[in-house]
Write a protein that binds this ligand. Sequence first.
Ligand SMILES: Nc1ncnc2c1ncn2[C@@H]1O[C@H](COP(=O)(O)OP(=O)(O)OP(=O)(O)O)[C@@H](O)[C@H]1O
Ligand SMILES: [Mg+2]
Length: 324
Amino acid sequence: MEEKLLEITNLSREFRIGNFLTGKKMLAVDDVSLSISGDKPTILAIVGESGCGKTTMAKIILRLLQPSSGRLRLQGKDMLKDYSAKSFQHLVQPIFQNPFESFSSRRQVEKYLIDTALAYGGAKNRSQAVEAADKALRSVGLSYEVVHGKYMTQFSGGELQRVSIARALITSPKLIIADEPVAMIDASMKMNIVNLFKSIRDEYGISFIYITHDLSTAYYVSDYIATLYRGSLIEYGPSISIMENPAHPYTELLMNSVPHVGDKWKKNIRMSEAETREFSLNHCKFASRCSYATEECRTSRPVNAQLGDRRSVLCFHPLVSRKD
Ligand SMILES: Nc1ncnc2c1ncn2[C@@H]1O[C@H](COP(=O)(O)OP(=O)(O)OP(=O)(O)O)[C@@H](O)[C@H]1O
Ligand SMILES: [Mg+2]
């Protein structure tokens, strides 16, 4: 049987909102299961409205946040038990939204690359580290010569994000987790960064989790799409099937409302109390917005239906027929 690169099983994370006495609990990530193939490098896009749990998922996978329950396996290893920071950093690297926050303005950018090459990239001395930095920078369209002696303020956002990607590549990871990596990049440079993910996948066999508000780039770049709604994974499967034939009514709604380059949901919208309450509903969380909802949807929780095209959908009445 194929060993998965990443396997997430029934993962949940609860937060308490409000103060200790009057506060309530909410499930920011609610029973999410998904996996990334170990055989074929894959780009998985995680999409969903602001506050649906994307960053919480990313932080759990990056081991920055402890889940409340569930399992997390990387190359078959239980990351919640057999966790070694060094071996983990070899395998999984993050790329954050704001590249200017990843570097200090008082430190030359090349130092970050050199340090990474010495600590995690197998370089035994400075000249090997420079060589590794140059190789990684060339794969993102830069070179050691171009960054040499420069500070972060001397780069554009797009260039600096490419340096962040180069730094991640130095450790030869198997998985890069990029949380909103193009949100702060000029529109003209967004596609350039997103295209890099594709070429890195193909050239180096690295998989990506690409978290984004920008649905058009998600559909363009990804092999698989996971759509979150109020902490639940409501549809997961090959991007092409989801794009052509959404199975969940919420995904159908998204398909009808988006893809133009740069279209996205509004950032940082404050959720109403009613919306926050939806995180903890004991029936389908989308029922109140769903034009196909039946009595069953308003009274019980749906379970994942497996469809014939490696897709799962959290819905009593998927729009695409179930596997027999
Ligand atoms: N440390 C925390 N304490 C309490 N609640 C939290 C905490 N972190 C996140 N949340 C809540 O969990 C929910 C999911 O947040 P998360 O940041 O994962 O969403 P997101 O999908 O990344 O949103 P965005 O698209 O705006 O980045 C939100 O309702 C958020 O307010
Ligand atoms: Mg986020």
